[in-house]
Design a protein around this ligand. Structure first.
Ligand code: C6P
Length: 404
């Protein structure tokens, strides 16, 4: 894949920052959106804006059809068995909160245990802490090695008759580690324990097949896969979703309401209370088209080349420490320059036009694990080029002596 072929779809990248060519390496925070996604958003508001499932009119029928067509496209994209296993949310955070609340209401009791990993984003920690507090359950964590690999023997020894769910990310947003989800699911399922996967950082970088993984929930955000902000997905296995109570009450999620008693709508509407972000869902459809047309394997191969090259170049700079060196990684590189504060490094890079993220990346326990305040994180997407990696390395070579 030649990233230059798709660059014209991303005019935002063609600008300067402080007089320097912009090099956008903050893709794990959010990817840029290709023109078809932006056009789908504006077309929606220009031509069919209306509320879905409710209106008995032409525009509402069009909007509803496109919204539901996207649900079917997501179903095919992740190979879910049924389209009603796809629930639209605002993002990964809301998807995990939905499961933690609703699964917790149904399945968590005092003395139960929830197992997460020690490399989770706060979005896959705090909702479970809240659920544990509500139900008198306990949170357990799977440790990881210095290079950022989960300890599966520790997982095996953590699981017991009190464990109700395992919740892990597919890819760590800070370390880039790709976790062996199919193996984790096999271990958990051998104890009849369901598994939630936080797919926020995997969905844009690899083909995801929820049936092959055999996971029970898979959560991700549209904005990290070239789609709009404001839309996320919660995939859940039908039998579990059927047993779980609604997360929010309101319009659309009901069958009948009286003051005495309410009956709930069928899946997936039981979990989609209120007016959803219709235009964003329709925009997501075009993001999936973009990924499929570019080719997920092509994107993965290109990003691996960039990551390997950038890692090798980084290590040639004196005093660079990389955090997260697992054998199986995506295109995330977390590092520090000597003992310089990551914020200082990020600010100097920014002045040279290089956009990276600095700080704890919403993974404070990872920072505690390494005894550091944060890292500088560069993350690559399909449209990044080797020339951009060279600009990044040249900028680092320039600033590193100032920071040591
Ligand atoms: N990580 C990052 O810069 P939302 O914000 O709901 O779209 O996604 C939350 C989330 C959940 N899990 C993982 C593994 C994530 O990486 C993120 C978002 C961004 O790393 C923003 S903190």
């Amino acid at each position: 894949m030649n990233p230059l072929d798709i660059r014209p779809l991303f005019p935002i990248l063609d600008q300067t920052a402080y007089g320097k060519p912009l090099v956008y390496l903050d893709n794990a925070a959010t990817t840029q959106k290709p023109l078809p996604v932006i056009e789908a958003l504006s077309n929606y508001y220009l031509t069919i804006n209306s509320n879905i499932h409710r209106g008995a009119h032409y525009l509402a029928a069009q909007a509803t059809e496109q919204y539901e067509a996207t649900r079917r496209k997501v179903q095919a994209f992740i190979n879910a068995r049924h389209s009603h296993e796809i629930v639209f949310t605002r993002g990964t955070t809301e998807s995990i909160n939905l499961v933690a609340f609703s699964f917790g209401q149904r399945f968590l009791n005092p003395g139960d245990e929830v197992v997460i990993s020690a490399m989770e984003h706060h979005s896959n920690i705090v909702p479970w802490q809240l659920a544990c507090q509500r139900h008198g359950a306990h949170l357990r964590t799977i440790p990881f090695s210095d290079d950022g690999v989960l300890d599966l023997d520790a997982l095996r020894s953590l699981l017991n008759e009190h464990t109700r769910i395992v919740a892990v990310n597919h890819v760590s947003n800070t370390l880039g580690t790709v976790n062996p989800i199919a193996e984790i699911v096999k271990i958990a399922h051998s104890h009849n324990i369901p598994v939630l996967v936080d797919g926020a950082q995997s969905i844009a970088h690899m083909a995801v097949d929820v049936q092959a993984l055999d996971c029970d929930f898979y959560c991700f955000s549209g904005h990290k896969m070239y789609g709009p902000m404001g839309v996320g997905i919660m995939y859940g296995r039908e039998d579990l979703l059927e047993q779980m109570p609604p997360y929010q009450g309101g319009g659309e999620m009901i069958k009948d309401v009286t003051f005495e008693r309410t009956t709930y709508n069928d899946l997936p509407f039981k979990f989609e209370a209120g007016t959803p972000s219709v235009g964003d869902v329709i925009g997501l459809d075009k993001a999936i088209d973009f990924m499929l047309q570019t080719g997920i394997e092509n994107i993965a191969r290109h990003e691996k080349q960039l990551t390997d090259y950038a890692t090798q170049q980084l290590l040639s700079i004196d005093g660079i420490r990389i955090f997260g060196t697992a054998p199986h990684k995506t295109s995330v590189i977390s590092f520090l320059v000597g003992n310089a504060h990551p914020y200082d490094t990020g600010t100097l890079l920014d002045k040279l036009g290089i956009a990276v993220r600095t700080g704890h990346h919403c993974t404070q326990p990872i920072m505690d694990r390494y005894g550091i305040p944060g890292t500088v994180r560069a993350s690559f997407a399909a449209y990044n080029t080797t020339d951009e990696v060279d600009s990044f390395i040249a900028a680092l070579n320039r600033i590193a002596p100032m920071l040591m």
